[in-house]
Every structure is written in C-alpha cells, then in structure tokens.
Design a protein around this ligand. Sequence first.
Ligand code: NAG
Ligand code: NAG
Ligand code: NAG
Length: 338
Amino acid sequence: MHQFPVLLSLIAVSVLLMVTPVIGYRPWPHLKPNSSDLTLGSSKKFEGSSEFVQMRYHMGPVLTANITVHIVWYGRWQKSQKKIIREFINSISAVDAKRPSVAGWWKTVQLYTDQTGANISHTVHLGEEKNDRFYSHGKKLTRLSIQSVIKSAVTASTKPLPINPRSGLFLLLTSDDVYVQDFCGQVCGFHYFTFPSIVGYTLPYAWVGNSAKLCPGVCAYPFAVPKYMTGFKPLKSPNGDVGVDGMISVIGHEIAELATNPLVNAWYAGQDPVAPVEIADLCEGIYGTGGGGSYTGQLLNDKDGATFNMNGIRRRYLVQWVWNHILNYCSGPNALDQ
Ligand SMILES: *[C@@H]1O[C@H](CO)[C@@H](O)[C@H](O)[C@H]1NC(C)=O
Ligand SMILES: *[C@@H]1O[C@H](CO)[C@@H](O)[C@H](O)[C@H]1NC(C)=O
Ligand SMILES: *[C@@H]1O[C@H](CO)[C@@H](O)[C@H](O)[C@H]1NC(C)=O
C-alpha cells in the first residue's frame, strides 16, 4: 500500500496558514477586449500553445492504479442531476462511446507518468456515494469545513465511504443553494488533499458547486452569460440542466488535475509550489480548435441545437481541454487538426 508521508501534512498545514490554496478554477474565458485570437492565421497553433509553459514533474505520486471516484452529494439533488454526473464519470473509461468521446479526452491525461514511468490509469470508475441531504455543516462552507464534510462521510456509522489512499478520490458536490468560500468570484471548484489532523488521512479530494442560482454566468458559461455581455446569447446545454451541464467541465478539470497532481507535488508548471499551474488550468475556456481568449473554439452542434464537444456513454458533454506536455499545447478529442 502506498503510504503518504506524515511530514507532508505538516507542510500542508503551514502552507494553508500562509495562503489560501489557489488550486481553483473557473471556466470563464479571460476576456481580452482587443483580442486577436479570432484573427490568428491558420498557420499559427493557438489553443494555449506557448514556448514559455514548462509543465514539469516534481517527483510526487500520480494516480497510476485504477481510480475510484467517491461522491458526496451535499444538499438537495435531483435524480436526473445525479444521473448526468454519474454517467460522465462512467464515460471516462468507456472506450466504445461515439467519437469524439470522453474516453478520448482522458487519453491526454494518460500521457502523464510517475518516476517509474507508469502512466496515469486508463480506468476511472464510480465508487460509493453518500448523501448529505440535511446540510450537516450548514449552507455556507469554508475550505476547512469541506474537509469536515468528508470526514463525516468516511466515518459515518452506516455505510461510510471507503478509504483507499492509493486510488480513491473524493468528490464533494454542493447543490445550488450552498455557498462555498470563494465560489463565483475566484473559483467554481478546486482540489486539494485532506489533512490527517482533521480527517485522519491524506485523501485527495475536489469540490465542485452547482452555480445555477448563485452565478451561472461565471461557472456555467457558455450555457449562461453574465448580464454585462449584452448581445451574447447563451448556448443550449446538452442535458437540459444549465447548472449541472456547467459543472461537468469543472468536474473534468478537477479529476484530470487530481490524477496528475493528487498531493500537489507532481505535475505542474511555474516556479511556485504554492500557486501551481496544473494541466487543466492552462486550458481554461478552451473547448475546441482555435479556442483561446474569449473564444471557446470549434464546438459541435446537434439537431436539437445543443452545443457539446464530446460524447459519453449515452449523453453529450462540453468539457474543457487539458494540456498535452508532449505537444506543448492544449488538446482534446474534438481537435480538427491532431
Ligand atoms: C484596445 O482598443 C482600443 C480601441 O480600439 C485602444 O484605444 C486601446 O489602446 C487598445 N488596448 C490595447 C491594450 O491594445
Ligand atoms: C504513457 O506515457 C508516455 C509518455 O508520455 C506516452 O508516450 C505513452 O503513450 C503513454 N501511454 C499511454 C497508454 O497513454
Ligand atoms: C482495473 O480495471 C480493469 C478494467 O479496466 C480491470 O480489468 C482490473 O481487474 C482492475 N484492477 C484492479 C486491481 O482492480
């Protein structure tokens, strides 16, 4: 069994006291009013390409064993909403889905390896689930109280979530009436690992919130747009639920980063370990060929008018691309030129 060093938790606690972890994410494009993104010649590779990005491996563990994603549903969730999210997770390893597929998207994540040369696992499956219907820690959560919610889930007297530090991930999903520290302003989701002092174990986890009521224009973009973007119509979401369809890309972002940087000491760019730039951070807002700046890139449109960029087992999804460290740019399964 893979043991994570105890020292790590001490470092982590001191890091937390110094700064707020910045492993956050928002799908919102970086608006550049004078952006030339749309006018770049076809000879120039865009999609985040840069000779300045140095995605580097910092010797920490990555998730090379079969990955199991355990979900904590915090607050009130509809069955239909849970289904969209479960099927997305089950699609990650579903190689027979129609192309471009979610499994094709995961192929870029699999390109990352650890010190022994072992790749990120091909297999990601849904683990156990826990309902926290009555908001055990209230409707306002902080980064630390999120860890307490996970602790409650793994220490529950009935059906606690199983602990497997080698391959288990915890995904805390909050319903649209829950506010989490920094939600909407800075982040739509983030990932980190739990502290033994709070939870008893070092467990990689991510939080993603349903922004439908609080800030869909920020966290469910482009299925909702902020008021000041007059004249810009939101795109039709593929599964008829703006908040949850918007969460999918954030969930994909966080799972990709958890796999490649579960303890925040493996794959990231930049000099500062306190502010790592991870494989999905580099491709925020990029969903297709030509994407970058305020442009999503080329997407797919279905007969019903819905916009998406990849297929899951039974559904369509819109998921941002991730950084390909071999090609040195963002890539995804719907790329027109790869
Ligand atoms: C953006 O465009 C405006 C008007 O075209 C111009 O005045 C301004 O200097 C430009 N800003 C940059 C950063 O290029
Ligand atoms: C494993 O990673 C290496 C190095 O990035 C890559 O060349 C290889 O294709 C990867 N294997 C799989 C199965 O993705
Ligand atoms: C990992 O998943 C594969 C399916 O992709 C399965 O065949 C294999 O038995 C699993 N390994 C373990 C150790 O659970």
